[in-house]
Design a protein around this ligand. Structure first.
Ligand code: PRP
Ligand code: ADE
Length: 180
């Protein structure tokens, strides 16, 4: 992020909860970001500035279940593109494709509807947080299988010590806040 004042506003609204949901995990809670409309607007402003500065053509924003759904539709509206959902397995009707992945605290499966994206469409992924990168990497795998072109992976928070951005390479990542 290249706007330190806005970064401070957003950072001040992220809370920490040690040992949640399991011992040893320091949970970064974004609830206050959503509760304050000015902070939430700042977050969407910052994502919008990044997207407009870096991409002339975006076809879709893809949000990751579940907290990517909080930011994705607002950003998609701002830049006037559609929003698609990448969901935890078993939530989407119709023909789907799925992939399993590991989490900082468990295992899960992600799923996409087969008609969510057309081959060649330019997609930006979004989630609240990048930890190990397992979730984002699984979402990239699903979109790549469907023939999408992945432009970028956006997150509000990146946990640098877990090296998620390295796992995602060669895909690009962009975070608004980074924590050691
Ligand atoms: C959290 C977070 C990211 C993911 C990051 O979601 O919202 O999606 O973990 O972790 P990773 O980089 O190690 O994969 P979670 O799976 O807890 O689901 P939720 O959004 O439904 O709470
Ligand atoms: N998802 C994965 N790791 C997390 C963390 N440390 N805080 C909040 N959400 C997370």
């Amino acid at each position: 992020m290249c706007d330190p004042e806005k970064e401070d506003v957003v950072r001040a609204a992220v809370r920490e909860f040690p040992d949640f949901p399991t011992p040893g995990v320091l949970f970064r809670d974004i609830t206050p970001v959503l509760k304050d409309p000015a902070v939430f607007r700042t977050v969407i402003d910052l994502f919008e500035v990044h997207v407009r500065a870096n991409y002339t053509k975006v076809d879709l924003i893809a949000g990751l279940d579940s907290r990517g759904f909080l930011f994705g539709p607002a950003l998609a509206q701002r830049i006037n593109v559609g929003f698609i959902m990448i969901r935890k397995k078993g939530k989407l009707p119709g023909l789907t494709e799925s992939v399993s992945y590991s989490l900082e605290y468990g295992k899960a499966e992600l799923e996409i509807q087969r008609d969510a994206v057309d081959p060649g469409q330019k997609v930006i992924l979004i989630d609240d947080l990048l930890a190990t990168g397992g979730t984002m990497s699984a979402a990239c795998e699903l979109l790549t299988r469907r023939g999408a072109e992945i432009l970028d992976c956006l997150v509000l928070i990146e946990l640098l010590s877990l090296r998620g951005a390295d796992k995602l390479k060669p895909h690009r990542t962009h975070s608004l806040l980074a924590y050691d």
